[in-house]
Design a protein around this ligand. Structure first.
Ligand code: NI
Ligand code: MN
Length: 223
């Protein structure tokens, strides 16, 4: 599987003909490594409704007919926006797709869509191409982060916010890495805007529980 970091919290996971786009905030993202019209996903997964995650989901989904997975209230709103291929789990729910599955997990944060709908944020546990990837979404540090590995067994890669201010910071991220227990951690949601400037190399040195892989926007990590 290739994990391509597209800036902020946006990643593309790809294997064969399947391309999963997570949190497609590209238009207006100062760190975006691609434009929305360059993306051709087969699936789009959303952690929550904030504009720095929801991003270009409507435009990309309408153009590609990618299967969108979002928490039920947001899924309903996407349907009203004209997105036709939408799956609507709630926290704890699993959606199967060709080649894998995705489950919504708790994340301690808030969530409002650009249209003002208040809903519940999530993390994403993704089983795909024989690997398990855990996108924590926007979250603070909380102890139930450790439940994912108890449930799934080994987590290959955690995509972890470390920017602080809106989410946990690198100091809390070190503890989160211990709780999550992934083989590898890719930090994200930092250095996009002034309030979330952080030193990812220091985070890499401080994390002992996992190998930290720091990606620049546009870089790909293969597992
Ligand atoms: Ni957020
Ligand atoms: Mn965010």
């Amino acid at each position: 599987m290739d994990i391509r970091f597209l800036g902020h919290a946006c990643f593309e996971l790809s294997d064969g003909d399947t391309r999963i786009l997570i949190d497609p905030f590209l238009t207006g993202n100062p760190k975006a490594a691609a434009s929305a019209d360059e993306m051709n996903p087969t699936h789009i997964f959303l952690t929550h409704g904030h504009s720095d995650h929801y991003g270009d989901v409507v435009d990309i989904a309408k153009r590609t007919n990618a299967q969108v997975v979002a928490i039920v209230e947001m899924a309903n709103e996407l349907g009203e926006e004209g997105v036709e291929n939408v799956s609507d789990p709630n926290i704890g729910g699993t959606v199967e797709f060709d080649g894998g599955w995705v489950r919504l997990t708790p994340a301690w944060h808030t969530s409002t869509t650009p249209k003002g709908q208040v809903n519940t944020p999530a993390g994403l546990v993704i089983n795909f191409a024989g690997k398990t990837v855990y996108h924590l979404g926007d979250t603070s540090l909380f102890s139930d982060l450790q439940l994912v590995k108890q449930r799934e067994g080994e987590i290959d890669v955690a995509l972890m916010c470390i920017g602080g201010h809106y989410t946990m910071d690198p100091v809390d991220g070190v503890v989160a890495a211990e709780l999550v227990g992934a083989k590898q951690v890719i930090p994200c949601h930092y250095n996009t805007f002034p309030p979330i400037e952080q030193d990812a190399e220091k985070f890499k040195q401080d994390v002992k529980a996992s190998e930290v892989v720091v990606l620049e926007p546009g870089e790909t990590h293969s597992i």
